[in-house]
Design a binder for this molecule. Structure first.
Ligand SMILES: CC(=O)N[C@H]1[C@@H](OP(=O)(O)OP(=O)(O)OC[C@H]2O[C@@H](n3ccc(=O)[nH]c3=O)[C@H](O)[C@@H]2O)O[C@H](CO)[C@@H](O)[C@@H]1O
Ligand SMILES: C=C(OP(=O)(O)O)C(=O)O
Length: 422
């Protein structure tokens, strides 16, 4: 298993190109199951989760062609030859549940292994199932699988979601494109990845309005066709690298960065003392007076502060002036980075879903490990300004969500290397 070694190396300067969004690509790819024509995705991030999704789709009958060093993928599902998404693949990646809605819509039946929980929380899929039920689907939960059917096809329906779940919105949206009649999703998630999915589905011939608002309306069509679509910018990768010059000093430009993808996050960084400028090429970030101040953060569905940036924000606040309170409202167990940051000298107290961080002057490098993707990158960020060497193990988490992480950090002057521990 590989590790990443980071050493504090002074201020960071330069540019980082931001990739397409993992969390968009993982929902755009299953949309191929809705049509017998090829779907071409560009600006695809080069991540192990993309390879896992390719493997999942291939197991269902999709022909996959990967080009341009992984940044262009053609998915061609002339026929769904197998309607079961097996546990071996689903357990690796919870987003696999997103094949359920499309298979049900195209074939009237599907079986998908229940994804189960993970390090950050229980991650149930009840809202996915309730939404699809409102379109006429029937479910049977057996042997760890969701067995779904809609013998007479899906019909338009209305679902008022009790919580604006991103995944449940995506499954409903994809399924409703081929349902007979009009479907309405109330209290829908508004994340940019939802709008990106709706854009692809429209390019495939779907009739959708209201995406990006809490109410989405879908007029079902008989058939969808092929399309080419660029994956939206990864706002979480963007936010992660925006923190680097605030932690280590310097000024960094994030190419392709857009403030509208991260308004709530940018506002918090500005309160903390960041200078953020939208340039023609992206977003430029530096610490105004070289100091960062404490700020309170509450994670919320979009347009609120994203849960996927909470760990990285905590790394920043560990050395800020004063006391910050971070409240995690999306996942019940998403503070596993806190004890690792404490091993680097951070002063953090966690009580339930609240973490109080009292800034210290400096962190010290240590061997650390994390059990999820964003926690892992938060430890690299913390290592950028720590005294001595930080060794982050379990790098496979990072490979799920950050392409070329060593190259991108070293491109702005960080001292970082990946070593293989055989
Ligand atoms: C609102 C939110 O920030 N969602 C994040 C979530 O999306 P993801 O789609 O994974 O999660 P959801 O938005 O569905 O889940 C948010 C919350 O709803 C609960 N829930 C969800 C579905 C369900 O059927 N029943 C249920 O109770 C979850 O346990 C969780 O507490 O993780 C993604 C990373 O993978 C992020 O990119 C998304 O921004
Ligand atoms: C938690 C994340 O991903 P996943 O839902 O794929 O585990 C994430 O992107 O931060």
């Amino acid at each position: 298993m590989d590790s990443i070694i980071v050493k504090g190396n002074g201020a960071l300067h330069g540019q980082i190109p931001i990739a397409g969004a993992k969390n968009a690509a993982l929902t755009l790819m299953p949309a191929t199951l809705l049509t017998e024509d090829p779907i071409t995705l560009t600006n695809v991030p080069r991540l192990s989760d993309i390879a896992t999704t390719n493997e999942l789709l291939q197991s269902l009958g999709t022909e996959v062609a990967v080009m341009q060093d992984g940044q262009l993928i053609v998915l061609d599902t002339k026929e769904i030859t197998n309607h079961t998404a097996h546990y071996d693949i689903v357990r690796k990646m919870r987003a696999s549940i997103l094949v359920l809605g499309p298979m049900l819509a195209r074939s009237g039946h599907a079986s998908v292994s229940l994804p189960g929980g993970c390090a950050i929380g229980a991650r149930p899929v009840d809202l996915h199932l309730r939404g699809l039920e409102s379109l006429g689907a029937e479910f049977d939960l057996r042997d760890g699988y969701v067995h779904a059917k809609a013998p007479n096809g899906l019909k338009g329906g209305t679902y008022d979601m009790p919580f604006a779940s991103v995944g449940a919105t995506e499954n409903f949206l994809m399924a409703a494109t081929l349902a007979k009649g009009t479907s309405v999703l109330k209290n829908a998630a508004r994340e940019p990845e939802i709008v990106d999915l709706a854009d692809l589905l429209r390019a495939m011939g779907a009739q959708i309005s209201g995406d990006g608002t809490p109410e989405i309306t879908i007029e079902g069509v008989d058939k969808l066709h092929g399309a080419t679509h660029p994956v939206v910018t990864d706002r979480i990768e963007l936010g992660t690298y925006m923190l680097a010059p605030l932690i280590a000093g310097g000024e960094v430009e994030l190419l392709g960065g857009r403030r509208d993808l991260l308004e709530a996050f940018c506002q918090k960084l500005e309160i903390a003392g960041a200078d953020i400028t939208q340039t023609d090429a992206g977003l430029k970030v530096s610490a105004k007076n070289g100091r960062i101040h404490a700020v309170d953060v509450t994670t919320e569905p979009f347009p609120g502060f994203p849960t996927d940036l909470q760990a990285q924000m905590m790394a920043l606040l560990c050395t800020a002036d004063g006391k910050s309170v971070l409240e995690e409202n999306i996942f019940e167990n998403r503070f596993m980075h806190a004890p690792e940051l404490m091993r680097m000298g951070a002063n953090i107290e966690v009580h339930g879903g609240t973490a109080t961080v009292t800034g210290v002057d400096k962190l010290r490098g240590a061997p650390v490990m994390a059990t999820d993707l964003r926690a892992s990158v938060s430890l690299i960020l913390a290592g950028l300004a720590a005294e001595g060497e930080t060794i982050v193990s379990r790098v496979y988490h990072l490979d799920r969500g950050y392409e070329q992480v060593v190259r991108k950090f070293s491109g702005i002057g960080a001292s970082i290397e990946r070593v293989s521990n055989k």
